[in-house]
Design a protein around this ligand. Structure first.
Ligand code: HSE
Length: 426
């Protein structure tokens, strides 16, 4: 029987989950795939992590070169996260002829051009299903199953931490800061939550997914990014009255006019399938010209869900001799001929503190009209505070630049101040 030795770099949550799946399913994989996959080496400084998993400490390598020089190791699994030393280790593994499976979205997003070049020149595989949306099989869906399509758009909830926070804020009426504190206590959010709450994690994933979907390199620096730190409970409450749920969305669109890629909070209608993706669950909603709409849903993080994606890649790698690489020119930068759209088109939720007197609505709507913004719905809340009342307008689709100019003009006047502006997916 074909033997495939695996080395795991990092025995944290995902490394531990991967080890567990491989060990518990070893006999099953022998029977189903006719291959004997086993973990023959690990790189981990904390010995207790290995012993907690029941792993023989003699399998702990002293350094990466021991793994690179081990002829039993065919596949190196990198689950350390961050750029360095992960990048150095992955390149060392590829350059010594080992195929690599990684869950590292930041590394892959920033350096896929270098890693892929090394993989190709050494005839190795480079797999990264686990880098985006954990256990949800979106990468292979894009690179295999949906190849028959021109993908026009993708829209996803691709960060579990922020989805958990927004779900709790909406369901329990608790502020962003309080939910974050609780999520950190429960271990759902990192001690330093920056990458998640400021949208970096989602932007890295969107960069990878949209490059694959649109067949052109989309560096993460092209992704417009806003996080959830400034989300106000009042907007969730007032948005709900219009039938909206707030999500941190990652949106990619490809049209004749160009490509737009953005991560920001947005209202979706409660009837949209993404509105019911709650807690730490993730989902990606893809629209292709032949298949129409496809939605993939599941756990975007966690030991076993992410381990599932990694083990899927290991089995694919172990059972294939020819490896797939990017379906686009994998350079560091975007193709200069690609136009990136930054003046997005969207509908908007606008909340004002407005004076409660005749003519205010007409002043506000005439300024909006002057900037080409048409109002679709209006609601004045009966919650007077310091002489002003909350006035909510939902606009028809318009351009981002128009909204910015209108906000500036309204705030320059006396009758109403713009408190918040939230994009609405129509
Ligand atoms: N931190 C990520 C999230 C999980 O909250 O979705 C790993 O990508």
């Amino acid at each position: 029987m074909k033997k495939v030795g695996v080395a795991i770099l990092g025995l944290g949550v995902v490394g531990g989950g991967t080890y567990k799946i491989l060990t518990e399913h070893r006999e099953f994989y022998k029977k189903i795939h006719g291959i004997d996959i086993s973990v023959v080496s690990v790189l981990e400084r904390k010995k207790e992590r290995a012993t907690a998993l029941g792993l023989d400490v003699s399998k702990i390598a002293s350094d990466i070169s021991e793994i690179c020089n081990n002829p039993e190791v065919k596949i190196v699994v990198e689950v350390m996260g961050g750029v360095e030393p992960a990048k150095t280790f992955v390149l060392a593994a590829l350059n010594s002829g080992k195929s690599v499976v990684t869950s590292n979205k930041e590394l892959f997003c920033k350096y896929s051009h270098e890693l892929e070049k090394a993989a190709k020149s050494n005839g190795c595989g480079l797999f990264y299903e686990a880098s985006c949306v954990g256990g949800v099989p979106v990468i292979r869906t894009l690179i295999d199953n949906l190849q028959g399509n021109k993908i026009m758009s993708m829209m996803g909830i691709i960060n579990g931490t922020t989805n958990y926070i927004l779900t709790k804020m909406a369901s329990e009426g608790v502020s962003y800061k309080d939910v974050l504190k609780e999520a950190q206590k429960l271990g759902y959010a990192e001690a330093d939550p920056t990458a998640d709450v400021e949208g970096f994690d989602a932007a890295y994933k969107l960069s990878i997914l949209s490059s694959l979907a649109f067949h052109t390199k989309i560096p993460h620096t092209k992704v417009y990014r806003e996080g959830i730190k400034d989300v106000d409970l009042l907007d969730l409450k007032y948005g709900n009255r219009f039938g909206y749920t707030l999500k941190l969305l990652a949106i990619g669109k490809n049209s004749e006019n160009g490509i737009e890629v953005r991560v920001h909070p947005a209202f979706v209608q409660n009837s949209h399938p993404l509105a019911s993706v709650n807690d730490s669950y993730n989902a990606v909603y893809i629209t292709g010209d032949s298949v129409e709409d496809v939605m993939l849903y599941g756990r975007g993080a966690g030991a076993l869900p992410t381990g599932s994606a990694i083990v899927g890649d290991i089995i694919y790698c172990a059972t294939h001799d020819n490896f797939n690489y990017s379906t686009f020119e994998n350079n560091e930068d975007a193709d200069p001929s690609i136009k990136f759209i930054t003046n997005f088109e969207s509908a908007y939720f606008m909340r004002f503190d407005a004076e409660d007197k005749p003519g205010v609505l007409s002043i506000v709507s005439s300024i909006l009209g002057k900037h080409g913004i048409s109002v679709a719905q209006v609601n004045q809340e009966n919650e007077k505070k310091g002489g002003t009342v909350p006035l909510i307008l939902i606009t028809h689709e318009t351009y981002e630049e128009n909204v910015k100019k209108a906000v500036e003009e309204i705030n320059g006047g006396k009758v109403a101040k713009v408190v918040s502006v939230v994009r609405v997916v129509t």
